[in-house]
Design a protein around this ligand. Structure first.
Ligand code: GRG
Length: 298
């Protein structure tokens, strides 16, 4: 089976999981649920839940306990995109090839839909305790996903990024930029690898290795995002291009140039692959996926 077919199969699995956990539209109850469903079902590559499920299975996990975690991961990620697109932040009207949530439902509902999704993620994640699994593993996995999404992870990095942007702060050093990327983008990929590992029963050193792999893949992913912003098209990317330039952001492309940024992303991917090979089980799918992410076009 080719990676494309395999990835499509894994993506379908995630779509089914999301459909299972998303609330149904309740007529006469306003547009919050439709807005939440719209934002999650608008598309997206589903990379984080796919990676989480694969990490779980690689460590021998075979139960459905991973399902609420995979859904929660994609809900947290989608919440971040909905809020990132709001007029007060990047003010973008297209995402995943469709109108953004606030562009369809208005700013107030867009804001609320992002909040509701974040809450729904936790409502969903705690359903994992229904499964007849080791409670300690579920607790540890939940703590990782919560903290990697919060102050010391995604939200912390985004907070710093937004504040610097509003203050007209430019000319970051590479070190400062890497710190922000580590938090705002890599933290969720670290969580994807780690949650799968913890639930699958990985040892402490293996969980740490998973964190390092997620970090390197996450940094490479964000640098590729910087590159695509100036080399791709809105049709291919599904969101506006030159968005960073519009917001006068320092990125790896402004700090270096496209070729140099690309070389840095490739080096980080190679380092992640080297560490991945140290893990037990069949690492083939993740290896192919990480290579694909390094050369992605959308
Ligand atoms: C409250 C200011 C404020 C913001 C909250 C936390 C947050 C919003 C945003 C997180 C930062 C963010 C959006 C980082 C970008 C990470 C990134 C490259 C996202 C795109 O991921 P893909 O390509 O998207 O996997 P799809 O659409 O495929 O799921």
């Amino acid at each position: 089976m080719t990676l494309k077919t395999e990835l499509e199969k894994r993506k379908q699995e995630v779509e089914e999981i999301l459909q299972f956990y998303l609330p149904e539209v309740n007529s006469g109850r306003g547009s919050l649920i439709p807005a939440v469903r719209y934002s999650v079902l608008a598309g997206g590559k589903r990379l984080r839940p796919v990676i989480m499920i694969e990490s779980y299975r690689m460590f021998g996990g075979s139960s459905d306990v991973i399902r609420p975690f995979a859904a929660a991961m994609e809900m947290i990620h989608t919440h971040s995109l909905v809020h990132d697109d709001l007029p007060a932040v990047d003010n973008d009207d297209f995402r995943r090839g469709k109108k953004t949530t606030h562009a369809v439902y208005g700013e107030a509902v867009g804001l609320l839909a992002g909040d509701a999704l974040l809450n729904l993620a936790y409502e969903t994640m705690i359903q994992a305790f229904r499964y007849n699994e080791e409670g300690d593993r579920i607790y540890r996995a939940a703590a990782i996903l919560a903290s990697k999404s919060g102050f010391s992870g995604m939200l912390g990095g985004q907070g710093l990024d937004v504040e610097n942007e509003k203050n007209g702060r430019q000319n970051y050093s590479e070190e400062e930029l890497l710190y922000i990327y580590e938090q705002k983008t890599a933290a969720l990929l670290e969580a994807a690898m780690m949650v799968g590992a913890v639930l699958g029963g990985a040892a402490r050193e293996q969980i740490s290795l998973c964190e390092q792999i997620g970090s390197k893949i996450g940094l490479a992913f964000q640098i590729r995002d910087d590159i695509l912003d100036v080399t791709s098209t809105q049709e291919e990317l599904g969101k506006p291009v030159f968005s960073d330039a519009k917001n006068e952001k320092t990125t790896f492309v402004t700090l270096y140039n496209v070729d140099q940024a690309s070389a840095i992303a490739d080096r980080l991917t190679d380092e992640a692959l080297e560490k991945l090979r140290e893990l037990p089980g069949d690492t083939g799918f993740l290896e192919a996926l990480f290579r694909e992410m390094a050369g992605r076009k959308s």
